[in-house]
Ligand binder design. Structure first.
Ligand SMILES: [Zn+2]
Ligand SMILES: [Zn+2]
Length: 175
């Protein structure tokens, strides 16, 4: 969804509020697509702060299906976005692109709301998602879901370098 900024840019000190349907079906993060399972409209406020500077605020509640880091089962993960960005419209397209993240959500005098939300989602994206705190994950040998049942596989790590790494990992867990 594109919002034209030329009108608000000509009215110093003014604000506009809009509710906008978010149109994307999924988010792409690090080359992976994640399905959006619940969404509210985006509540957008754009204020002209004078001197060709805009303050863009957005609020949106949504939920995304993200696989559990251990067992890969989809976990419905809720996000309550509430953020603002200051945009200096005096800058050229190139200068702005340098200031913002690679995901450029303003082109000329158009604000791309989907791109703005996607940009924030990348910042909010969790390092890891677990279906439950003590998820046992899947067996690395047979792929069995260890939360459901144990299997007979020998999961002892044979590579000594890997074993040393796991020891370190265990130590970290205890801290
Ligand atoms: Zn899990
Ligand atoms: Zn197994």
């Amino acid at each position: 969804m594109q919002i034209h900024l030329s009108e608000i840019l000509s009215r110093e000190g003014k604000s506009i509020e809009k509710e906008i349907e978010f149109q994307q079906e999924s988010f792409e993060v690090s080359g992976q697509a994640y399905k959006i399972v619940k969404r509210e409209p985006v509540k957008l406020t754009i204020s002209n702060q004078g001197n060709q500077e805009l303050l863009i605020s957005a609020k949106m509640d949504l939920a995304v299906a993200i696989p559990c880091s251990r067992c890969l089962k989809d976990v419905i993960t809720e996000f309550c976005l509430d953020f603002s960005r200051e945009v200096d419209m005096k800058l050229s397209q190139e200068e702005r692109a340098e200031q913002m993240d690679e995901n450029n959500y303003i082109a000329g005098y158009e604000l791309d709301v989907d791109a703005l939300i996607a940009d924030e989602m990348v910042l909010q994206w969790p390092m890891k998602v677990l279906c439950k705190e003590d998820c046992k994950g899947i067996c690395t040998v047979c792929g069995n879901d260890l939360n459901k049942q144990e299997c007979e596989c020998d999961r002892t790590v044979l590579d000594p370098r890997m074993a040393a790494f796991l020891d370190i990992f265990e130590q970290f867990k205890e801290v």
